[in-house]
Design a protein around this ligand. Structure first.
Ligand SMILES: Cc1cc2nc3c(=O)[nH]c(=O)nc-3n(C[C@H](O)[C@H](O)[C@H](O)COP(=O)(O)O)c2cc1C
Length: 222
């Protein structure tokens, strides 16, 4: 079982968000998972230009690091999203990455995986960012098992106080992959998302035949 964390702090190895996501991974590793961390800031990610080329064949006109990042997400059983709070929102690095996942969202390419979200902030906005990251997980068809935000408040050690909770979240992810995580509220959200994207998949059935056939196989199109 593989658990992958992706965080959007430009501070990479000095990042408190990375540290918090790392605690989640360590909890998952203790529970038996193989773990992996991705620093988005170390990757070349060109912003979406809304050319809509990907909607024709699933391939972006930009040649950058997004396809291998997507492959690493596809290979994972669970995904941890982490971001620092930047002006009450996720970091630019994280948002540029998310915009490039539009095709993955439309075709629900990560459906069936589990996830969780972590955020750090100096003072405020951490809970809202966790809610947003969890929302993006759901958009991708991923069921979230929870999230943690930490307000650092000028004390770098604040994040260490959350180590036990973050490790427990990592174990919860592993348990979800092993045993499932029934959540009728999120299941209804995911079903609504699929109902919304179904018309696009039908409209593009001749262009995106593989995706159409996958949707039929999944029972999402009858
Ligand atoms: C551009 C920028 C914007 C920020 N905006 C906020 C903010 O709106 N509210 C807040 O409480 N902290 C804000 N912060 C502080 C960071 O959220 C905080 O230091 C966070 O823990 C950094 O995480 P990192 O070490 O993973 O990069 C901001 C920091 C930067 C650099």
């Amino acid at each position: 079982m593989k658990i992958l964390a992706i965080h959007g702090s430009p501070r990479t190895i000095r990042s408190t968000t990375r540290k918090l996501a790392g605690f989640v991974l360590e909890g998952a590793a203790d529970a038996g998972a193989e773990i992996e961390m991705i620093d988005l800031a170390d990757h070349r990610i060109i912003p979406c230009s809304a050319c809509e080329a990907c909607s024709l064949n699933g391939i972006c006109v930009n040649d950058d690091d997004v396809p291998p990042l997507m492959a690493r997400m596809q290979a994972a059983d669970a995904i941890v999203f982490g971001s620092p709070v930047y002006i009450d929102n996720i970091s630019g690095q994280m948002k540029v990455f998310f915009d490039r996942l539009a095709d993955a969202i439309h075709y629900q390419q990560l459906a069936g995986k589990f996830g969780c979200a972590v955020a750090t902030t100096e003072e405020s906005g951490g809970d809202d960012v966790v809610v947003y990251l969890s929302h993006v997980l759901n958009y991708l068809g991923v069921v979230s098992v929870g999230g943690i935000s930490v307000a650092i408040g000028g004390k770098a050690e604040s994040v260490d106080a959350e180590e036990p909770a973050a490790r427990a979240l990592g174990k919860k992810l592993v348990d979800a992959v092993r045993d499932g995580y029934p959540d009728p509220v999120q299941e209804a959200v995911l079903a609504d998302n699929r109902a919304y994207f179904r018309s696009l998949v039908l409209e593009n059935r001749d262009l995106r035949t593989d995706e159409y056939e996958r949707w039929v196989k999944m029972g999402w199109i009858r």
